[in-house]
Design a protein around this ligand. Structure first.
Ligand SMILES: Nc1nc2c(c(=O)[nH]1)N[C@H]1C(S)=C(S)[C@@H](COP(=O)(O)O)O[C@H]1N2
Ligand SMILES: [Mo]
Length: 225
């Protein structure tokens, strides 16, 4: 099996963009077909298995990166904090240092890609379940992740507090880079790519679902892997 070059990756990224990750105005009649195709491509690119063994890590800049409506990656506002709130006993605004002091997890995850190829990344961060405990999240069914660039996605609580759903601030033993959602983003083994909000601003525990950027444009809300 030949390895993918950076060009191949970029081509795959372009295919994803055309099939719905990057258009502001998907045409209604095409949406069903687009979603089906997009889901095939996305699950090929982003459905991770839980153990990646000793495979070599794929460099961060060899991963395709997606963001909606920006020519360059969005940059966090000065004094960035992650707001954890909604239906919680103790709302918090956590700096990156605060996040890094919390119990840390590392996941080395293999992404299965098209044509049998795969990419491996190591993600470092804090479990969403850890934040739920820290803030005293009440017994509500939904969790909303929102970005400072306007992107968002709401999740079922069970997926959000899954042990392999993390707020990642590191990738491949480096601080998370701007292309992949710095300073912190959601990374999870249990959801498709468009649920994994980058450039995170808030995590809110809610008693209702609040859709999402792509979800409101016709993509499946649950989007499990
Ligand atoms: N804030 C923000 N998060 C986002 C997006 C976005 O446009 N903005 N795109 C989503 C989509 S469609 C995908 S496939 C993944 C891609 O993650 P990656 O760039 O780290 O590969 O990010 C998701 N999270
Ligand atoms: Mo995507």
């Amino acid at each position: 099996m030949r390895r993918w070059s950076r060009r191949d990756w970029l081509r795959a990224a372009g295919a994803l963009a055309l099939t719905g990750c990057d258009t502001d105005h998907p045409r209604a009649g095409l949406l069903g077909a687009m979603e089906r195709w997009n889901r095939v491509v996305q699950s090929a690119l982003f459905s991770p298995t839980l153990e990646a063994g000793d495979h070599a890590l794929t460099p961060e800049d060899a991963f395709p990166a997606y963001h909606v409506g920006h020519a360059t990656a969005p940059i966090a506002p000065a004094g960035w904090t992650l707001e954890v709130g909604g239906s919680v006993a103790r709302p918090r605004a956590l700096s990156l240092d605060d996040l890094m002091q919390l119990p840390r997890v590392d996941y080395r995850i293999e992404h299965h890609c098209v044509e049998g190829w795969s990419a491996v990344a190591k993600w470092t961060g804090v479990r969403v379940s850890e934040l739920a405990a820290l803030c005293g999240a009440r017994d509500v069914d939904y969790v909303e992740f929102r970005s400072f660039e306007g992107y968002w996605s709401s999740w079922d609580r069970d997926s959000a507090i899954h042990p392999q759903t993390v707020i990642a601030y590191g990738m491949n033993d480096q601080p998370l880079g701007p292309a992949h959602g710095a300073p912190a983003r959601v990374y999870s083994a249990v959801k498709l790519g468009y649920k994994q909000v980058k450039y995170l601003a808030s995590v809110r525990f809610l008693d209702r679902e609040t859709g999402g950027y792509w979800e409101d444009r016709g993509y499946e809300w649950f989007a499990g892997t």
